[in-house]
Design a protein around this ligand. Sequence first.
Ligand SMILES: Cc1ncc(COP(=O)(O)O)c(C=O)c1O
Ligand SMILES: N[C@@H](CCOP(=O)(O)O)C(=O)O
Length: 417
Amino acid sequence: MTDLSLSGPVPEVAEDGVWLACIECGETYAPFEEPTYECDACGSLLEVRYDEYHDFDSVAGEGVWRYAPALPVDDGVTIEEGNTPLYEAPSIEAAVDVADLRIKHEGMNPTGSFKDRGMTVGVRVAERIGVGRLACASTGNTSAALSAYGARANKETLVLLPEGNVAAGKLAQASLHGATMLEVEGNFDDCLDIVSELADRGEVYLLNSLNPFRLEGQKTIGLEIIEQFRDQTGSLPDRIVLPVGNAGNTAALHKAFRELVAAGAIEEAEVPTLTGVQAAGAAPMVEAIENGWDSVTRWEDVETRATAIRIGEPVNAPKAIPAIRQTGGTAVAVEDEEITAAQRELAQDGIGVEPASAASVAGLRKLREAGEITADEQVVCLTTGHLLKDPDAAAEAGNDPTTVPNDVDAVLDAAGD
Ligand SMILES: Cc1ncc(COP(=O)(O)O)c(C=O)c1O
Ligand SMILES: N[C@@H](CCOP(=O)(O)O)C(=O)O
């Protein structure tokens, strides 16, 4: 039985008030002695636990490390991640018809996605444990972030990528930051199987979201949303709509809110409803939620233009399914055309995102049209990656340039009145 309660005695294995606990059997592990990703006793996921949960009175500074009291280490390998904007989106708000819509644009992180929040914590923990090579499987953004943070920490990085399915911007990032890049003749899930085995054999330190420390960094998305939304509107969002791939953010945001409740900073009833969106061609979480299942069934064949969420077996499903259920949320699948339309809508509000990010807005629109989201709701949509990550998708969604003669009148003619 999944146990996400944060109370209980501090185990002997705790170090600096921090330990790892299995979400299924409750087994506890020392946090920094050796790499530990899953429970040795039952194989389930681990969560970082603390002897006390912070409140907002103790936070200071900006970005991820503003929330150091809520993190497992005091500082990170940092390139100033977090503190991303929470934008108003007036035209989408009006078109979709909700009381308030804000866009939390994680594409504004240093490497252009939310992964930086996880890496600043995860790479520091890697240093503390004293591991050698860092590694991940990736649809692109994790590899971009790991390569940058690994370089910053002067560590060797290995990234496994599904051949032919990683956007150009992300490949360029891993390449320039000096990662060893291997394109596997398989999909993302195959890459994750391989890198997990390499981690089990002690060959690499795994920095995918299976690593519970990475999710601690991503937890700060939820902490920031609560602070920013309250500052901007005087209240809290009713709902957060987010794209789902490996389901790390769904788990991380839920943990942020559980910790805020544990600290007495918000009431249980104030926890925003978590609503996940997947591409129709890669929607195992939606299938699980719709069918009332407690686990996902792996989709062997996945396909979507939103390559970042082209994932058939979200590893964090055992955390994310309860996160959605316990907050009264849901999950919905959207077609690639709906994603592209949402990407254009966001662009019209001046917000440039990659396709996977636009899934959140596409999902909001779909659920609003179905009446599952109501007009009185205050909603935050999470946009996870920057437009420049996938320039080909942006160019396809946008207008083509017109070639004109090298002449002022011809330019004026072509530009129109
Ligand atoms: C741009 C982008 N959006 C969304 C996701 C999905 O996030 P999660 O795996 O936390 O569900 C990913 C990667 O997984 C991503 O790179
Ligand atoms: N979209 C991700 C997929 C891997 O997710 P992770 O959060 O488990 O690292 C990517 O960018 O690789």
